[in-house]
Every structure is written in structure tokens, then in C-alpha cells.
Design a protein around this ligand. Structure first.
Ligand code: NOJ
Length: 748
């Protein structure tokens, strides 16, 4: 095993992003790629394009020895990683090292909130730190490539993978995706603690019809460019070294064979020189799609579209030799793909240090990692309602009932995609409340229900009895981890099992009721919100969710999160998102709803505008919404001018005052509307945000500088440009409220 000196790097257990780059490695990468390529047989080239998820070590070793494998996924034992790497490096003809991959999505051992929760922090620094922790832990086991960030714009809560996303907004997703890329990769790919990121799923996978996973999408080029592509472009600009194709067929073309996005956009327009991998068997699945006749056809269509590496379908390795012989795939296409793969391996420094050194200081669950996970969880929990200052609890509280199926569910609170997270390390809210506040408060626990889908009503009476004897009730409801994530879509977004009955019965006791929802998506909780005195929403918060929630309940931490997606009132309202285009008949604020419509009402006496007769026009909570224990007041919005040229910068300044009794952080949000465009434009678009901390009573001026160039979009002529005309700008606390000012962009 080649010795490596990890001591160069910042101590592994710290969160330092310091680089230990060997710049020499970068100097002559292209020459090294060409030199190696010139020595390779076609079989060896196809081997590099083949990624396997190994089942049997000996069988894998035989393939690696023959040069038939370029990458593996799902090895997590560092000794085994080194053993298979040794075969690649020392026993294969050319000694090309493998890249070892794994889905490390929101933590490896120390689990951070699901990406939706991380997005709710509106804090890219904390998100970057979370990805760095994941990289430090995973690379200590030899994992140098993760399949994250998932930056699919997700506007349909039925889609289970919304949990893995950063929500509905292109700008927020771009910022968070780039932060994750930086955190995973660190300063330099050749740092042994750098884990290569993978922007996925390219592209439009989140627009799955009906929210049903893997389903077809119908996103036309303009919407693709204005909504779905920007986070991928931002990831590429942040240096994301790999991209993954998507399972969906968009307007009939599966992501793995979509030459337009993989070549014309990714390579030609964005100049991406990284590597593109298929999703799991997505090449093979093009046969089921009815897009390819067989594996050979699938391999040809993938490579000709610009895919470099095949994840597990083995269609490339089995067929492409014949395809090259027949002239259906050019040698140049194969060479391009292999170049992209080798370039990455050289950039990662794998030829210099192929092996993993098990760190002498254990990095998994390091105290600093747990602290970072707690902080992320604290900033991810959204305060949706807080009537009569129910929260935080005061010294007057004597007996607190903790109840509900998510109160003590260590596995479930970790959320989806936690192959390596361990529930033994998870701190649940029940445990944390008892341990951290049990000396001040008598904590009584009655689960009420065994798990989120539990339909048995037997435990509810016990919980209600306990509630009657308590000063306040905290009920934790939501979703088990398995109800969201890949392949786990739902048609009904209400609380599962008898959870609704539980909340209702607890509310009927008249005791102050704090409902905490822990889930992988925005659930439909209108009735529970109404029935509760206070409501906290926690997208599955991870390992340290319990202590974070305990500190929020007892006021040590003041909530600051904002929702990264719109909460529907009813399941049938989805997809619902704030940045929609206006219709010709927008709803009025006071539309008559279903219960008020007189019997026998005439066809044109009600409705006639764009809303649902039952759900209305508004969501339950708008994008960007989230309260604090304190209150913030906005005043005096000023723009640096009322007319700007295309090259100018707009400065917007607002006065922000913490008018409440607690110190707190406000996420100040800036939105813009392009009032008239060559195509219809969203009613509002987030363009900037800042987290501002103010002590109780303090005020400050908050300024944003927005280059006019950021008002550009793909218009009628499919060109990306700023269209001169009138705009409106808002600065405020969420997407539905704020101070506004008008300005114009003129042609100069
Ligand atoms: C399929 C998923 O769609 C993708 O996100 C994941 O990275 C791969 N499987 C590998 O596990």
C-alpha cells in the first residue's frame, strides 16, 4: 500500500476546508490522459466506462484484473476498498485505479437534516459544512465519489424524492447545490478527504407527471432553461466534477439518451469537462421505455448522446465493441468518454494515492460533526404558528406530555437515503427533552401510536388522559422515513394512520398543544395547524434532531428557518409553487368558496377565475414562510435609482428592526417580477436572501446588490437576455409579504 501522509491535511476530525493540494498533479493532466489512452485497447476503454455494484469479491476481482471495471459503488469497508484497489493498481495491465462511489446524500454516519431541511436553513455555509462533514466521514472508509447533490426542482409533494431536493426554487436550489458541491469536494479534488460530487438527475426528473416516481416529464426547452437547468449550471460553475443522467423521458427522450442536454448544453454551452454517469441501469431501462430495442441499442444511444460511464447495466461493456466494429459508435466517442473518466481519476490524485488510510483519530460521529449536525437541525426547524406565545416554554411549566409516533423514533427521524446512518447514535426528541430539561420539567411519555401509519386507536385514550394531567402537550407526528424518498410517492398528503385523530383528541383537552411534524415532504396539515397552539415543521432532522428540537421548545434556540417550498392546503392543489406565471384570470383575494355557494347558483355567478372552489387560491404556507419567537419589522425600502441600464447594479436597502423580546435571526428575502415579457413571466422570483441576526430591540439597514444581468431569462426568441421594461421588487419576510418598489430597465 502506498503510504500517504494525511497529517498534511487539517486534522480530519475538524471541519477545516483547508486544501492539501498537490498542484503538480493538475499541471499535466491532459498529457497524462492522452498518454494513457494511447496505450489502451478497446476492451480496456470499455472497462473504464463500466461501473459495477459488486456482489462477490472474487468475481469482481477477476473483472478488475482484466481491466473490465472503471468504478464500483457500495463498498464501505476500507480494507475491502484497499484490497480491490490493489487488484486494479497492481494486477491489471495498466494499473488504473478504481473510483469508489456511494450515495452519501445528507451525511454518512452523522446524519444531517434531509436536503429539504438543509434548504430551509437558507444558510449555504451550514449546508457546505454538512457536506464537508459527510466527506470527511465517508472518505475515511474509502468513498471518494458521492451521488449528490440532487438538485431537481421539485414542486410536487406527492413525489417522494422531494425529500432529497432543495425544494421548488431555482435560485435557492442553485445556491444550496453549489454549497454542497464545495463541501463535498473541498478545495481540491486530489485531497484525500475530497469526495467528488455528482449533480443529479440531469434533467427535469422532479417534474414527474402526477408526482409518481420515474414518470414521464413534459418540460419544454424554455422552461427547462429558465427553471430546471439553472441549478445544474450553478453546480458546474462551482466545479462539480460529475453529472448523472435522469430516469425520466422528457417529451419522449430518456435522460440517458438526451443529446440535446448532455452535449449541446452541458458540453458545448457550459464547457463541462467532467464525467457523466448514467443513473442505476437507466441505460438498460430505455428498453422498458420503448426507446431502445435491446442492450446494444441502449448502449449506442447513451454513448452517442454523451454518456461516459454506465452504472450497472453492463450494456456498454457487453455491446460496444460490436457497435464500434459496425461503425454505429465512433472510436472518437469512446475516446472522449474515457478521457473524461481518466481526467477525473488524475484530478482526484488516484494514481498517486489510490488507497485509503484509516485515520488514527476516528472521524465518525466526532463531537464537531455532531455539533454541526445539531446546528443544521436547529436552523432547519420551521416555526409555522405560535399563538399566545405558547413557545418557548417558560419556568411555569411543571408537567409536559410528550406523545406521538415520531417522538422516539430514532430510525425514522434520520429520513431517506441513510444507508450508513445508525439509529443507535440518533438522539430523539423524547430522549433529548428528558436529558436536557428533565431536571426542570416532569416529562411524561405516552406514544399514542406505535408508528406513523398505525391505525389502532387504543393508545390515543391513554395519551389524552396523560394530556389532561399535563401543563402542555408536545405531539410529534409525521412520516416514517420509508414514506418519502426514491420510489415512494404518495397520492394522499394528509397525516397517515390515526395521527389526525390523535392530534384532534389532544386538542380537545384544551391543553396548550404544540404539534411538531417530522416528515420528508410538506404534508397537508391545515386541520392540525388550526387545532394546535403552536406548530413546528421539521423535515427529517437527522442524528441530532432531538437536542435541536428540545432547545427550540425551551427557548435556548430561536427558530429562523423558512420553508423552501409551498405548503398545499389540500393534496389536489399540487403542484403548487409561488413562482407561477400569471393567468389571464388571476384569483381575487375574496373569492367565494364552496361552502358559501348558494344552492342552485348560476354558472357564471361564482368562480370564473383561476382557483379551486374548495382549496381557494392560496397555499397553507407560502414559500419562504417561517416565524420567530421575536418579531421583525421592515420599513423604508429604497432603491438606488428608479431606472437602470443593462450593465448596472440595483441596490435595494431596507430597515430591519427586531421589535420583539428575543434575539433572533431573520432571513430577509428579495423578489422581483418582470411585469411584461416576450413570454409570460413568474409573478415573483427569488433573487437574493440574507440571514440577519439582531438582538431584541436592535435595528439595521440591510442592503442587497443585484446586477441587472440577473434579470435575464430565455424569452420568445430563445435567447438569454434582459428585456427592458417595468419591474417590481419586494423585500420581505416571505414570498407573500414584503415592501415593494417599482423600477425600470432601459436600453442604453
Ligand atoms: C438510483 C437513484 O435514482 C440515484 O439517485 C442514485 O444515486 C443511484 N440509484 C445509485 O444508488
Amino acid at each position: 500500500m502506498k503510504a500517504r501522509n494525511l497529517m498534511f491535511c487539517a486534522a480530519l476530525a475538524t471541519l477545516s476546508l483547508a486544501s492539501c493540494t498537490n498542484k503538480e498533479i493538475y499541471k499535466d493532466v491532459e498529457a497524462r490522459v492522452d498518454s494513457l489512452l494511447s496505450k489502451m485497447t478497446l476492451d480496456e476503454k470499455l472497462g473504464q466506462m463500466n461501473q459495477l455494484s459488486p456482489w462477490n469479491f472474487d468475481e469482481l476481482a477477476e473483472k478488475v484484473r482484466k481491466g473490465e471495471v472503471g468504478s464500483i459503488l457500495n463498498y464501505t469497508d476500507p480494507e475491502l476498498v484497499n484490497k480491490i484497489q490493489k487488484v486494479a493498481v497492481e494486477e491489471s495491465r495498466l494499473g488504473i485505479p478504481l473510483i469508489v462511489a456511494r450515495d452519501v446524500i445528507h451525511g454518512y454516519k452523522t446524519i444531517f437534516p434531509i436536503p429539504l431541511g438543509q434548504a430551509a436553513t437558507f444558510n449555504p455555509e451550514i449546508v457546505e459544512r454538512g457536506a464537508r462533514v459527510a466527506a470527511l466521514e465517508a472518505t475515511s472508509d474509502g468513498i471518494r465519489w458521492t451521488f449528490a447533490p440532487m438538485i431537481d426542482i421539485s414542486r410536487d409533494a406527492r413525489w417522494g424524492r422531494i425529500a432529497e431536493s432543495c425544494g421548488e426554487d431555482p435560485y435557492l436550489t442553485s445556491v444550496m447545490g453549489a454549497a454542497m458541491v464545495k463541501g463535498f469536494q473541498g478545495d481540491s479534488l486530489d485531497n484525500p478527504t475530497s469526495m467528488v460530487a455528482c449533480a443529479k438527475h440531469f434533467v427535469a426528473y422532479g417534474a414527474a407527471e402526477g408526482g409518481q416516481d420515474y414518470n414521464s416529464t413534459f418540460v419544454p426547452e424554455r422552461t427547462l432553461r429558465n427553471v430546471y437547468l439553472p441549478p445544474f449550471k450553478a453546480a458546474a460553475e462551482a466545479g462539480c466534477a460529475t453529472f448523472m443522467t435522469s430516469f425520466n423521458d422528457n417529451d419522449g427522450v430518456p435522460g440517458t439518451a438526451n443529446r440535446f442536454v448532455l452535449k449541446d448544453i452541458l458540453r458545448d454551452e457550459w464547457k463541462f469537462d467532467g464525467m457523466v454517469v448514467t443513473d442505476w441501469n437507466s441505460a438498460g431501462e430505455m428498453i422498458s421505455h420503448g426507446f431502445c430495442t435491446d442492450g446494444k441499442d441502449a448502449a449506442e444511444k447513451s454513448v452517442n448522446a454523451g454518456v461516459d460511464m454506465d452504472m450497472v447495466s453492463e450494456t456498454f461493456i457487453k455491446n460496444l465493441k460490436l457497435s464500434v466494429d459496425e461503425g454505429k459508435v465512433s472510436m472518437q466517442a469512446i475516446d472522449n468518454a474515457v478521457r473524461n473518466i481518466l481526467r477525473l481519476k488524475f484530478r482526484m490524485g488516484l494514481f498517486e494515492h489510490p488507497y485509503v488510510d484509516v485515520p488514527s483519530v476516528p472521524v465518525k460521529y466526532a463531537e464537531t460533526h455532531l455539533q454541526a449536525a445539531k446546528e443544521a437541525a436547529e436552523q432547519s426547524v420551521i416555526l409555522m404558528k405560535n399563538d399566545s406565545r405558547t413557545l418557548p416554554f417558560t419556568d411555569k411549566m411543571r408537567t409536559l406530555l410528550v406523545t406521538g409516533p415520531m417522538a422516539d423514533a430514532p430510525y425514522e427521524q434520520l429520513g431517506t437515503w441513510i444507508f450508513d446512518g445508525e439509529q443507535e447514535h440518533t438522539q430523539t426528541p423524547l430522549k433529548a427533552i428528558k436529558e436536557m430539561y428533565g431536571d426542570k420539567v416532569n416529562v411524561v411519555y405516552e406514544p399514542g401510536l406505535g408508528y406513523s401509519r398505525d391505525k389502532s386507536l387504543n393508545g390515543i385514550a391513554k395519551a389524552v388522559n396523560a394530556a389532561r394531567r399535563a401543563d402542555a402537550v408536545v405531539v410529534l407526528v409525521g412520516e416514517e422515513a420509508v414514506l418519502s424518498g426514491e420510489g415512494h410517492s404518495l397520492a394522499n398528503l394528509e397525516l397517515q394512520g390515526a395521527q389526525r385523530q390523535l392530534v384532534k383528541a389532544l386538542a380537545a383537552t384544551g391543553k396548550p398543544l404544540v404539534t411538531i411534524v417530522m416528515a420528508g415532504r410538506p404534508l397537508v396539515i391545515a386541520e392540525e395547524a388550526e387545532a394546535s397552539d403552536a406548530l413546528l415543521y421539521s423535515f427529517h432532522p437527522g442524528t441530532m434532531g432531538g437536542p435541536a428540537i428540545a432547545d427550540i421548545l425551551f427557548g435556548k434556540v430561536n427558530p429562523s428557518a423558512k420553508t423552501p417550498l409551498t405548503f398545499p392546503r389540500m393534496s389536489g392543489q399540487v403542484p403548487v409553487y409561488y413562482a407561477h406565471n400569471n393567468t389571464g384570470r388571476p384569483a381575487k383575494p375574496d373569492e367565494m368558496l364552496i361552502d358559501d355557494i348558494p344552492v342552485g347558483a348560476g354558472q357564471t355567478s361564482v368562480g370564473g377565475r383561476s382557483f379551486y372552489l374548495d382549496a381557494g387560491a392560496k397555499p397553507l404556507y407560502p414559500f419562504g414562510y417561517g416565524l420567530s419567537y421575536t418579531s421583525f419589522e421592515y420599513s423604508d425600502l429604497k432603491l438606488s435609482s428608479d431606472t437602470f441600464g443593462p450593465e448596472d447594479e440595483i441596490t435595494a436597502t431596507v430597515e430591519l428592526r427586531n421589535a420583539g423580546r428575543y434575539d433572533g435571526t431573520e432571513v430577509v428575502q428579495l423578489y422581483v417580477q418582470d411585469k411584461v415579457g416576450s413570454v409570460t413571466r413568474p409573478v415573483k422570483e427569488l433573487k437574493a436572501f440574507r440571514r440577519i441576526f439582531l438582538k431584541a430591540g436592535e435595528s439595521t439597514a440591510v442592503s442587497f446588490t443585484l446586477p441587472v444581468s440577473e434579470l435575464a431569462f430565455w424569452g420568445y426568441d430563445m435567447r438569454y437576455k434582459v428585456e427592458p421594461g417595468d419591474f417590481k421588487l419586494w423585500v420581505g419576510t416571505n414570498s407573500a409579504e414584503g415592501l415593494s418598489a417599482d423600477f425600470a430597465v432601459s436600453v442604453r
